[in-house]
Design a protein around this ligand. Structure first.
Ligand code: PGA
Length: 335
């Protein structure tokens, strides 16, 4: 670090950085003060001093709201990078001490929420010293977190190609078309072209599910009549069951039990078909349409930045994912 920059950095206190981080994240001095158990004037003074040291305004006021200035955005990014760097350092120290402790930060795309907790449960039980932080976001936001090096690992279907990533592919992810149970095409073999007049519900822009569906539609010169974009798989399922339209979703999001008894082995998990749990699909008022070209077969991967050191906790989790314990993980029963 150049001496001049370091001189300025040395004048910044950890309390100022904490006050800034909390205010930038919560976009409120009052909330930051509450979170940090200090008074609001204390946070304001710390922010003022920090701003004076940096020589830039960090926040600006629009109406009753505050937002980061460009310099503030840059500082927020730097603070998050420092935090991520410190976390890696802590992990390496834990490794040197031979301890499997520390924090495991995983980001998972929305659809992975249906199975990631099942993978984390036994790992967490076996490694009580590891604190797991799981962030569930849509694909675009998970890619953003990967760019910033915020997590040790990310679980997703479509890793970005413009980042230096390692990946471990571990499970099949079939994408199906769902309709309401009473849909006139339920149970009949149909072509995609037969669905031109249907009302389509799509996940929000930024979702990997939406991206795969759009790629498939474009490749087949199919133009769906999109009537609604919804920000969650559950909202789509309920809307489809209510007869508002049809949608492309991961089969894992549609059924309660992710794996049947006979498909619980690691090998079968990575291959299609995964068994359909028809009772739970019907119970949700849904049906999987038999459309030619569907399901679209994709896979889940765990990815990590190959240009950043992998934390000891992440190495342990990857080893666990490849271990016999995980391979024999039993499916969750539908409730
Ligand atoms: P989504 O992402 O849950 O945001 O649709 C799926 C994916 O990118 O793997």
């Amino acid at each position: 670090m150049p001496a001049l920059t370091l001189a300025r950095f040395q004048r910044i206190t950890p309390q100022q950085l904490r006050a800034f981080e909390a205010t930038a994240r919560l976009l409120s001095v009052t909330k930051a003060a509450l979170e940090l158990y200090v008074s609001q004037p204390t946070v304001s003074v710390q922010l003022r001093e920090l701003s004076a040291t940096i020589g830039q305004k960090l926040f600006e006021t629009t109406g009753r709201q505050i937002r980061l200035t460009q310099a503030g955005e840059e500082l927020y990014q730097a603070v998050r990078e420092i935090a991520a760097c410190w976390q890696r350092f802590e992990s390496r120290i834990a490794e040197i001490n031979g301890l499997v402790s520390g924090r495991l930060r995983i980001a998972a795309v929305t659809t992975a929420e249906y199975f990631v907790p099942d993978l984390l449960g036994p790992f967490s039980a076996a490694h009580q010293g590891i604190e797991i932080q799981l962030a569930i976001e849509n694909r675009d936001r998970v890619v953003g977190r990967l760019q910033q090096g915020m997590d040790d690992l990310a679980v997703m279907m479509m890793p970005p190609e413009d980042l230096p990533l390692e990946r471990l592919e571990f499970q099949v992810n079939p994408l199906v078309i769902i309709s309401a149970l009473q849909h006139p095409l339920a149970g009949k073999p149909v072509e995609l072209a037969d669905l031109t007049t249907e009302r389509w519900l799509m996940r929000e822009p930024g979702s990997g599910t939406r991206m795969v569906a759009e790629q498939h539609f474009n490749a087949h010169q199919f133009k769906p009549n999109v009537v609604m974009s919804l920000g969650s798989n559950e909202a789509i399922k309920h809307s489809v069951a209510a007869g508002l339209g049809i949608a492309v979703l991961s089969q894992l999001a549609v059924q309660q039990s992710v794996w049947s008894e006979q498909s619980a082995s690691a090998q079968s998990r990575s291959q299609y078909p995964i068994a359909l749990d028809l009772p739970s699909i019907r119970q949700a008022g849904l049906c999987i349409l038999q459309v030619s070209g569907f399901p679209i077969i994709r896979h889940w991967s765990v990815v990590w930045r190959k240009d950043l050191p992998l934390s000891a906790t992440a190495k342990h989790f990857l080893k666990y994912l490849q271990s016999a314990d995980v391979l024999s993980l039993q499916p969750q029963d539908a409730c």
